[in-house]
Design a binder for this molecule. Structure first.
Ligand code: NAP
Length: 255
């Protein structure tokens, strides 16, 4: 008999995950997917009421979760909150912001708001989680919800795509540094997904037509399209994957 190799488990039982921006949209999908796979999920965002509602729904479904109020735009406070609840085995850095405008009209305030959450906030939240992972010595998986705009440009998106390209660079360098600790660092890069963040783009007919013309699979993304990728990158099935990105773009970047 030929001894058969065994597919590594996609289960996450016994692991503790942190998801920022877990109260709605893509982050909610990530939190639900990780909890369904067996992880205890710490759901973080600024608004505590919405988080408690999400945690109530997860617990009602028999899953394990708790709420953590934090603002990634305040790195010191966010790090203190992360230290208090960690260490974590899995981190999904998902909290994000967008202030789309033509490049020549971008204000300093909008630039700072988007960079503050998408880059500075993601960077220092990741730093806080990684410090805890290194100290715990058990390895881990860090994922940032970047974007297809971390690989291509887009209309009215100079600041947004600048932050997402920066996240791709951060991910590669962090993977080099954290690899010896068996901490993997990757990005997930969605195309347009219908959420409160993307609603203004979808409600502009010109932009909606642009989106429809670019996605080869001829439909926009759903939160559910991200959920399997998060479970895959969180667990043992992706044990040799680090420093890269998983595009979930319906073929947008294929050409
Ligand atoms: P969303 O619906 O606006 O949800 C954003 C989540 O982040 C909320 O839970 C929000 O809760 C939280 N959040 C915002 N600012 C925060 C802060 N300073 N500190 C902590 N939490 C904060 O957004 P989404 O569309 O799901 O997007 C999630 C991520 O996916 C973002 O990084 C985005 O760039 C990326 N992405 C989205 C799309 C898309 O088409 N939707 C496509 C590609 C990539 P509070 O307001 O209560 O804090």
């Amino acid at each position: 008999m030929t001894p058969l190799p065994r597919t590594p488990s996609f289960r996450l039982d016994g692991r503790c995950a942190l998801v920022t921006g877990a109260s709605r949209g893509i982050g909610l999908g990530c939190a639900a997917a990780l909890a369904e796979a067996g992880a205890h999920v710490v759901c973080a965002a600024r608004g505590l009421g919405a988080l408690e509602d999400v945690v109530g729904s997860l617990r009602a479904a028999g899953l394990s979760a708790e709420a953590l109020q934090l603002d990634v735009d305040n790195p010191a406070d966010a790090a203190a909150a992360i230290d208090k609840v960690g260490p974590f085995d899995i981190f999904v850095s998902n909290a994000g912001a967008a202030r789309h405008a033509p490049m020549v009209e971008t204000s300093v305030a909008d630039f700072d708001a988007v960079v503050g959450v998408n880059l500075r906030g993601a960077y220092f939240a990741t730093q806080a989680v990684a410090r805890g992972m290194v100290k715990a010595g058990k390895g881990g998986s860090i994922m940032t919800i970047s974007s297809q705009m971390g690989h291509v440009g887009g209309i009215d998106r100079t600041v947004y795509s600048a932050t997402k390209h920066a996240i791709e660079g951060m991910t590669k360098s962090a993977a080099i540094e954290l690899g010896p600790h068996n901490i993997r660092v990757n990005t997930i890069c969605p195309t347009f997904i219908r959420t409160p963040l993307s609603e203004p783009t979808f409600s502009n007919p010109e932009r909606a037509a642009w989106i429809a013309s670019k996605i080869k699979l001829r439909r926009v993304g759903k939160v559910e399209d991200i959920m399997g990728a998060v479970v895959f990158l969180a667990g043992d099935a992706s044990a040799m994957i680090t420093g890269t990105s998983l595009l979930i773009d319906g073929g947008w970047t294929a050409g």
